[in-house]
Write a protein that binds this ligand. Structure first.
Ligand code: PGA
Length: 252
């Protein structure tokens, strides 16, 4: 089976104000003028989803960075998957390492959030990744595969499930794993998905994230079983982000 269409996703984290809509307009201009050989997603903070959704196109989708595991209720300050869907967003990131660390989210919580997102019709991007200490101890494969197994909801289907492998030590540091390390982990994730979803598992996108930028995108995105990128810092400026998108001009 052929590889799924790649997805280059931008995670804006806690960045962006109303004026940042200029970046979305610029991104749409760059894509319509020069094309995109992959799908593109921007996950801004909640405050910008409504405005950005109005600029979504066939090439550009909008998503959120987190959601609550309940669909509604007494959870002051939280945002539900239903609210995100209501703004025409299509994806939600769950289990980003910054959420796992800052908000003590464990695999069980991440799984419940992914389940809430998928139950309402959103695609869940489930993030996994080892810390530097775990990699140095030779535990990266074991940590990542057990996170994948424990974070995917029972009801997930191939169409609404994505995995993002983001080594914690590579996020925002300018450091990346070697291509062979990325390949090893992505292959192991694919094996877990094969066991779980059968032959259609090849259609689940496994994104790589952690210090992806225009200059390393081609090499990282060419690794087998890498079906796109989850990009933090380099997604904030449309021209930088388009440099990553255009890496796909030279990839299948
Ligand atoms: P980075 O962040 O590209 O700034 O390293 C990636 C992420 O956290 O998703």
């Amino acid at each position: 089976m052929t590889a799924p269409k790649a997805l280059v996703a931008g995670n804006w984290k806690m960045n962006g104000l109303t004026a940042s809509i200029d970046q979305i307009n610029r991104l749409n201009d760059l894509i319509s003028q020069n094309g995109a050989n992959c799908d593109v997603l921007i996950c801004p903070p909640y405050t910008l989803i409504n405005a950005f959704s109005k600029l979504a196109t066939d090439h550009l989708s909008i998503g959120a960075q987190d959601c609550h595991f309940n669909i509604s209720g007494a959870h002051t300050g939280d945002i539900s998957a239903a609210m995100i869907k209501d703004l025409d967003a299509r994806y939600v990131i769950v289990g980003h390492s910054e959420r796992r660390a800052d908000h003590a989210e464990d695999n069980e919580t991440v799984k419940a959030k992914a389940e809430a997102a998928q139950s309402i019709g959103l695609n869940a991007i489930i993030c996994v990744g080892e810390t530097e200490k775990q990699r140095d101890a030779g535990q990266a494969l074991e940590v990542v595969t057990s996170q994948v197994k424990a974070s995917i909801p029972d009801q997930s289907v191939v169409e609404n499930t994505l995995i993002a492998y983001e080594p914690v030590w590579a996020i925002g540091t300018g450091r990346t794993p070697t291509e062979s390390d990325v390949e090893e982990i992505h292959n192991a994730i694919r094996q877990v998905l094969n066991g779980r979803f059968g032959e259609n598992a090849s259609q689940i996108k496994i994104l790589y994230g952690g210090s992806v930028k225009a200059s390393n995108a081609h090499a990282l995105m060419s690794v087998p079983n890498v079906n796109g990128a989850l990009v933090g810092g380099a997604s904030l400026k449309a021209d930088d982000f388009y440099g990553i998108i255009s890496a796909y001009d030279q990839i299948g």
